[in-house]
Unconditional design. Structure first.
Length: 165
């Protein structure tokens, strides 16, 4: 057992946290006529009533300050066949939507075709927590295909699920 404190090498903690698999979501919107998107592997369902989800965003994110201006955001939980999309939408340079099929919803939210889950959301609340911002979104619309397999982030790599238990 390693003691974790403020002097611990962040790579040690990152390796430990990577043992917990998570889904991968793309947060996207149209702001001032421009498509803006980013990936998050910390997507979590928070509440059914009201319908709330959350993501954690690095404090250094330049994309978040632009996305936060959107009246509505699309959250697309990516599918097993969308590994290339997460790399593209996470890139710091170039067209983040190259090779994707974005779909603009009426309120300005952008979702990605082929994702097993789409959510149309608005920013509900934020909280500064350590080196991340916790952003909570209210869900206004959803479209789900539960039989489609998700993309999973585990041990610092994108993976797909194998079989059922």
């Amino acid at each position: 057992m390693i003691t974790i404190d403020r002097t611990t090498d962040p790579r040690v903690l990152r390796t430990a946290f990577s043992c917990f698999p998570t889904g991968v979501a793309a947060l996207c919107a149209e702001v001032d006529g421009e498509l803006i998107g980013m990936a998050a592997s910390s997507f979590t369902c928070v509440s059914l009533d009201p319908a709330l989800v959350s993501v954690c965003i690095q404090n250094e994110s330049r994309t978040w300050s632009r996305l936060a201006q959107a009246r509505r955001l699309g959250v697309s939980v990516l599918g097993a066949d969308q590994g290339a999309i997460v790399r593209t939408i996470s890139s710091r340079e170039g067209d983040r939507f190259a090779g994707t099929e974005p779909m603009l919803l009426d309120g300005g939210a952008v979702v990605l075709r082929g994702a097993p889950l789409w959510l149309e959301c608005s920013l509900w609340n934020t909280m500064q927590i350590g080196d991340h911002l916790l952003a909570v979104f209210e869900v206004h619309g959803a479209d789900a295909e539960p039989d489609r397999d998700p993309l999973v982030f585990h041990a610092s790599a994108f993976r797909v699920l194998e079989g059922r238990v």
